[in-house]
Design a protein. Sequence first.
Length: 231
Amino acid sequence: MTPTPTATLVARDWAEIQERMLVPLYEAVYDRLEVGPGDRLLGLDCGAGLALLLASGRGALATGVETDPARRTLARERLLEVLAAPPAPAVPYDVLLAFSPTPGALAAALPALRRPGGAVVLADWGPAERCTVPSVLGGGPVARDLDAMAAAAGLVPDGSGRVFCPFGYADVDSAVRGLLSTGLYECSDPVQVEKELAEALHPYERGDGAVWLPNIFRYVIARTAYPAQAA
């Protein structure tokens, strides 16, 4: 499937403006798991692949899954291995990254993590009162219950954490483009959307025109269960 011009522009806004906002989250997770040489990572909904690049920089072998053709194309331009659907590898992955996961995508990818004790990382928005973006977007997005999602997938909890991920932009125009690239703001009239977002962002403008939106993200680490020991 060839990405449409509009989809390509939105994907580039994600890659050039928005994706870097989550670097503190990626780095915190990699530090927690001590990701390094030889580790095999599979990243769901990897976008343009920045999280994979950071893992590769630590020596890990990182593969991504991205259903959006435009974002997948950009990730491949970064010389990353990015697939349209979860693989069924002969050698299982050590870590499954599921930032902003959906239960269906998680279930489809779990077979690639066959090693007992393999880590699954789920991440999403933190407490509503600690996140600015949901209020700017008119009440959404809403944080999902990551612990319940892990339990429903049959995973064993192994810790959690919170990470400060401020969304900072050079100006309102960059903020509008970045936020729209997330796909979190839906409206049938793009012009009206841009106008509404620009108005909602004015209270967060600084004296130099920059926009600053503080947020807290939460991550949960869970592991695949070890087989029961025979009596």
